[in-house]
Design a protein around this ligand. Structure first.
Ligand code: HEC
Ligand code: HEC
Length: 340
């Protein structure tokens, strides 16, 4: 048990009889009540219950209970929080704070998921499920590499988070605010200066047509009906199946006209082309060096990559567990091949 709840228990015990005497209200919290409330997990692992769970088990639970909001790979659906990626972005204009890029301790993942998730059904998960989910979230962030990895209360302390060094202890003395002098309550500044604009701070969505961020009324043009496309020289049924499979990729990749890079590069014309050719996309060192070694995305190489991305390309930043079904692999390759 951690220190804070003991303090609370003592406080309640002390307060109980006094209230009972004065107002006839309240009673000391029972041990079971305190235990149910005392669920915090500390950076050193204090507070963890016994239990264990693997990355693979975590993936299953995640897909079922978490992916609707956080996406299959923690990429975040719509505006729900992103749980993976963002490495190296903290000092940029657009930091992506995730478990992997930002959180200093794995214990917070356990504590948070156990305490608050799934959103709307908090504290419905067993310790084993929370260990498995924590293992999977660590895996999505490359903190653990092996899908067979089993996280438990015993090996929890071995986990080191990438950004643990990014935090410092605040050593300023705990001076109460008011002791620093009476706070100013009116006319406190001689002059108010605007030092930054929301556009620059990047809290306003980019609008290339209006870089100054002036308020303008925009009329939405009516989209013309698309021209019916000429029949492709590919098996249309397989291509259609591949389009369905591609939903698993579309959180990170776009294809077709007007496609833009997302987490992953655009994939137009990728089948049969040398790897690493998407203009303006920053590939991992792993992909770049395989591309320099002559990797061409023929069907065989693509199939091997999509089966087990991180086995085929150690160190790739494609955070995707892989497609298990060979038919899905063939279909998605056919779909990609049909995209010029
Ligand atoms: C209905 C949508 C929804 C579902 C389902 C859901 N979450 Fe969340 N999750 C959220 C929201 C919203 C937040 C942010 C809450 C906040 O900031 O107060 C969040 C935050 C988190 C965070 C902290 C992210 C951060 O960087 O602050 C983690 C970790 C997390 N969820 C894990 C999970 C796991 C594991 C599951 C499945 C057991 C799950 N979530 C299910 C909506 C959801
Ligand atoms: C979670 C995000 C994510 C998902 C999901 C994902 N990818 Fe990727 N993909 C990436 C990233 C990031 C890269 C760049 C890899 C690197 O640089 O190491 C990439 C690279 C690739 C490449 C190599 C492109 C090139 O230009 O060399 C192909 C092909 C590819 N992905 C196909 C797929 C397919 C097909 C799927 C779905 C079955 C998929 N990806 C799912 C993020 C993702």
């Amino acid at each position: 048990m951690s220190r804070f709840p003991e303090f609370l228990a003592v406080a309640l015990l002390a307060a109980g009889p006094a209230f009972a005497g004065d107002f006839g209200l309240g009673r000391p919290a029972t041990e079971a009540e305190v235990a149910a409330w005392d669920i915090d997990v500390r950076p050193d692992g204090e507070g963890l219950p016994e239990g264990s769970g693997s990355v693979a088990e975590g993936e299953e639970i995640f897909v079922e209970q978490c992916a609707v909001c956080h996406g299959d790979f923690g990429e975040g659906v719509d505006r729900w929080p992103v749980l993976a990626g963002g490495d190296g972005t903290l000092a940029s204009d657009n930091p992506v704070k995730t478990v992997g890029s930002y959180w200093p301790y794995a214990s917070t993942v356990y504590d948070y998921v156990h305490r608050a998730m799934p959103f709307g059904n908090a504290q419905s998960l067993s310790p084993d499920e929370v260990y498995a989910l924590t293992a999977y979230i660590l895996y999505l962030n490359y903190v653990v590499e092996d899908e067979e990895f089993v996280l438990s209360n015993e090996n929890f302390g071995d986990i080191e988070m990438p950004n643990v060094g990014g935090f410092i202890f605040d050593e300023r003395p705990d001076t109460p605010y008011l002791a620093q002098g009476a706070p100013c309550m009116s006319d406190c500044k001689d002059e108010v200066k605007i030092t930054a604009r929301a556009m620059v701070l990047d809290v306003t969505p980019d609008d290339e047509t209006n870089p100054g961020g002036e308020l303008v009324v925009v009329e939405t043009p009516v989209e013309p009906e698309p021209e019916p496309e000429a029949a492709p020289a590919h098996d249309p049924e397989l291509v259609a199946e591949g389009e369905t499979v591609f939903r698993k990729c579309s959180a990170c990749h776009m294809v077709g006209e007007g496609a833009k890079h997302r987490v992953g590069p655009t994939l137009n014309g990728v089948v049969g082309s040398p790897a690493g050719q998407a203009d303006g996309f920053k590939y991992s060192g792993a992909l770049t060096s395989m591309a320099e070694g002559g990797l061409v995305w023929d069907e065989e190489a693509l199939a091997a990559f999509l089966r087990k991305p991180r086995e085929f390309m150690k160190g790739t930043k494609m955070a995707f567990a892989g497609l298990k079904d060979e038919a899905d692999i063939a279909a998605v390759i056919a779909y990609l091949a049909a995209q010029e």
